[in-house]
Write a protein that binds this ligand. Sequence first.
Ligand SMILES: [Zn+2]
Length: 319
Amino acid sequence: MATVETAFRRAREHSVQHMAACERAFLPWGETAVTEIVISRAATAVSVVPFTQPAEATSGADWIWWWVDADSAYGMLVQAKRLTVHESNWRFDFGYRTTAGGQESILRATAASLNLVPVYALYLGTGGYRNWEPCPDDHRVMRCTSCVKRSISLMPALLADPAIVNDSVTTYERSVALEELWKPSSTRTLLIPTLVEDMDPELINFLLTPQSGVRQVAKSMIDQLLRARAGQFTAVSPSAPSIVRSGGHDRLGPVFPDLPSDSGHWGVPYFQHALEPLRHAPPDYVLEIQSGEFDADEVASNMPDDVTGVIVVRLPQNG
Ligand SMILES: [Zn+2]
């Protein structure tokens, strides 16, 4: 069995080969084909449980991704979106607020009902397609390794505002390469001082200390939100008196049961949004998939129709 790192690298390399072949033939490449490549290559190292026959799969199909290691688990609902470049203008079709009940709000609602964080998998094409616009990660030369890895990047759906995400700088700022997701990041967490006042010391420690594995996957999502939050002018919402939930600190529940209620200009308590899906242990359907003792139809019957399948990534303990 390949390591997770090798499998995801191959997923990206093969996706880029496909995108490059399409570019040479003046064919547009689509989200469905790239998703097939990513998931089939990842499948050499992770568990993949599809719910529908490939023929029934539609584009805009959402996959549940669970990241699991020895002490925590983190769940995402992932929808693929390709980049379209016009000169220096970058565009994704997030289906954002075009209609009530558009694709974007369905993704958010489905994710909330399953206690998952909604995320976009951004397919950014080949470096050439992106004109090798410099990435923010230690970029020195064209074709730098970080730029190359950016062909498949993840962005919290909360940050997918097409009025803001319309060039390389904002796209890179608000996303992370799939292959870097669980690796300790050198980027400092941007915390507004007033936010820290009533914050759970364990949460402060989590945010200010480099993490690896599943906790880093969760941290990379909240870090993106906090960086965007630091750029907003909205005052920090006063903390609601913290509610000690029944079973709050239990071994199976959320890792951080006591989260700030600040909502920024999104109007969404973004700490809950990004960190409630970080749990001490994954839900039963994930445990069943990991043990190999599950019935895909039964798992599917408990899921909304727009969920195409489940992917479980077992990460090595130290990144
Ligand atoms: Zn670069």
